[in-house]
Write a protein that binds this ligand. Sequence first.
Ligand SMILES: [Zn+2]
Length: 155
Amino acid sequence: MKNHHGIVKSPLPRDDMSAPQRLISSHATVQKRWQEQLKMFKNHRWPGAHDLNPNPVSIFASKDSRGMSTHVNKYECKKCHRIFSASAVPGTICRGDFTKGKIPSRAKRAEIWSKCRKQAALKVVKYPTKKVKKQTKQTSKASKTLREITKAGIT
Ligand SMILES: [Zn+2]
């Protein structure tokens, strides 16, 4: 027999592996977005931009603005061999890059960098769309029907 909502419960994963696996999968998403960002950045590089290795050299435990635990990946520049977090890239000029041309202002560099990041995120992360809203609507409709049935049963 189904429960009164007609929803069959799916079993929840309860093993110890489920939490670390979720962590890895979200870390994989971050890594994927980073690689996409680097790919996009190749087309928008400014002269003197660092050329970071896509694979992190180390992962530092850190805290975000809300005090939540997070970790920051650090990457080595293939040209000057200095180590940076991704967000530090537009802030410094690479001593190992000798591309000729005018170096854009720091604000402009930050803009280019964040644009690449945003575009990469759109490619990698699937944001919840209208589908979720539709499901909620259907659920409320179903419970309304249920109320009507219950009412009919009483009278
Ligand atoms: Zn560099």
